[in-house]
Design a protein around this ligand. Structure first.
Ligand SMILES: Cc1cc2nc3c(=O)[nH]c(=O)nc-3n(C[C@H](O)[C@H](O)[C@H](O)COP(=O)(O)OP(=O)(O)OC[C@H]3O[C@@H](n4cnc5c(N)ncnc54)[C@H](O)[C@@H]3O)c2cc1C
Ligand code: SF4
Length: 462
């Protein structure tokens, strides 16, 4: 064993996986996990923990893995995270825990994410479930949204004895974990649902198909439905568009819609009645993780797929691992190119996309070199489907229907970071609804802060 290198993780072959929706990464088995765990040098001042937004005792759980005490390892993780099988799969570990790992100075960092995933999967397979509190304290709290922030806030409050009900607009809980991140990175039935069930086992009720702001308002929850506090974890699901001619054509999707149709409405499965217009040649506009997910989904639905991005490869905001996987699977990258018009046929369907070449100028406010159009360099890409993946913002429905709830100019709810407290009494918020589109682990951290804030608020009112 070369201690400078991670124990390699098994993956599906790129040629095989490009045509199926099964998980790309197959994870470690127990022998591989224990070998990888033995690479951790159990630092006295573990930098990895400082890199973890929820401060998991990383050397603590890794030590248990090394010794073969997987159930104990699961207990160590459970103190800080309610969704370890999710985080082990989708957290950007390279810029968090693994980015700080001492082992990474001379060789490769310890594979902390894959070890967390192994422990979580092992626990699920061995039927380990969290313990619910013996009795509740009779206080009711409403949580809006069942994404990682809402689930974490609800789980933490339930552990403290609160009676928690989550109200979810969609017909399935999980937020982006269910409707956004594709099956081949995060399996729904095998991984997401069991972690949601664990939150239910703590006593949390989940009511789906309830749109707060339409079915019921926050004021009604507080004044008429008997809830003493509310946590808003409604995410940032409103897609942005470019505002170019032809963007309303048939065959133009937002990445959110495309991924929701595939993940939530199972467009990729023959036994479902909600298919998608799969596209023969698809352009995905944007270079972030969501763009990679949309591109790899379209590829699996049978299309030739181009990523169209206005900067160069060095500026791609997606995780390096996602770009690497996308390339391995055959996604074509059209870099330094920007769409200026969607072309349509006589029936209003996409028939091509006019783009212009870009070059990089001086750095802009983001510190990245600004893309500048090259005059006279227009060209047409032959596509029949365009997926816009340009970012999202919070839906203003809740802020528009809740008096006294302050938002900023990006339409994000203003809330205190350490408690989630908003401008409205008894109302707390966190996750993407507050920060704009971010990450699962930051949403979980915010959910945890919101639970702390609500507990302090309701304890002080006794
Ligand atoms: C395609 C995609 C891929 C991503 N990949 C990664 C990744 O690999 N790693 C990572 O860390 N992060 C990733 N992210 C980001 C991450 O998923 C989000 O930052 C995170 O899910 C935010 O959690 P949240 O709880 O704030 O909101 P969400 O997960 O968005 O959940 C909000 C929930 O609230 C519900 N809701 C909204 N309005 C209402 C209402 N009025 N009433 C009732 N319910 C409502 C929504 O239906 C939704 O279920 C990805 C995002 C996308 C879109
Ligand atoms: S920094 Fe790396 S080597 Fe040190 S305790 Fe954390 S995982 Fe182990």
């Amino acid at each position: 064993m070369d201690v400078l290198k991670k124990v390699p993780v098994r993956e599906q072959d790129p040629k095989v996986r490009a045509a199926n929706f099964e998980e790309v990464c197959l994870g470690y088995n127990e022998e591989e996990a224990r070998e990888e765990a033995s690479r951790c040098i159990q630092c006295k001042n573990p930098k990895c923990v400082k890199g973890c937004p929820v401060s998991i005792n990383i050397p603590g759980f890794i030590k248990e893995v090394e010794q073969g005490n997987i159930e104990e390892a699961a207990k160590v993780i459970a103190k800080s995270s309610a969704l370890p099988a999710v985080c082990g799969r989708v957290c950007p570990q390279e810029s968090q825990c693994e980015g700080q790992c001492i082992r990474g100075i001379k060789g490769e960092p310890v594979s902390i994410g894959k070890l967390e995933r192994f422990v979580a999967d092992w626990s699920r397979e061995h039927g380990i479930v969290p313990e619910a509190p013996e009795k509740t304290n009779g206080k009711k709290v409403a949580v809006i949204g069942s994404g990682p922030s809402g689930l974490t806030c609800a789980g933490d409050l339930a552990k403290l004895g609160y009676e928690v009900t989550i109200f979810e607009a969609l017909h399935e809980p999980g937020g982006v974990l269910t409707y956004g991140i594709p099956e081949f990175r995060l399996p729904k039935e095998g991984v997401v649902q069991p972690e949601i069930d664990n939150v239910r086992k703590l006593g949390v009720k989940i009511e789906t198909n309830v749109i707060v702001g339409k079915s019921v308002t926050i004021d009604e929850l507080l004044d008429e439905e008997g809830f003493q506090a509310v946590f808003i974890g409604s995410g940032a699901g409103l897609p942005m568009f470019m505002g170019i001619p032809g963007e309303n054509a048939n065959g133009v999707f937002s990445a959110n819609e495309y991924l929701t149709r595939s993940n939530l409405m199972k467009a990729f499965r023959d036994d479902y009645d909600t298919p998608i217009v799969a596209g023969r040649k698809v352009a995905v506009v944007g270079g972030g993780n969501v763009a990679m997910d949309a591109a790899r989904t379209a590829l699996r639905l049978g299309a030739e797929v181009h990523i169209v991005y206005r900067r160069s490869e060095a500026e791609l905001p997606a995780r390096a691992e996602e770009v690497h996987h996308a390339k391995e699977e055959g996604i074509i990258f059209d870099l330094l190119s920007n769409p200026i018009e969607i072309l349509t046929d006589e029936k209003g369907w996409v028939s091509g996309m006019k783009c212009i070449r870009m070059e990089l100028g001086e750095p802009d406010a983001s510190g990245r070199r600004r893309p500048v159009e090259v005059k006279g360099s227009e060209f047409v890409i032959d596509v029949d489907t365009v997926i816009m993946s340009l970012g999202t913002s919070p839906n203003p429905l809740i802020s528009n229907t809740t008096k006294g709830l302050d938002i900023n100019k990006r339409k994000c709810i203003i809330a205190e970071e350490s408690t989630g407290k908003t401008s409205k009494e008894g109302v707390y918020a966190g996750g993407d609804a507050v920060t704009g589109a971010a990450t699962v682990i930051l949403a979980m951290e915010a959910g945890r802060a919101g639970a702390r804030g609500i507990d302090e608020y309701l304890s002080a009112r006794e």
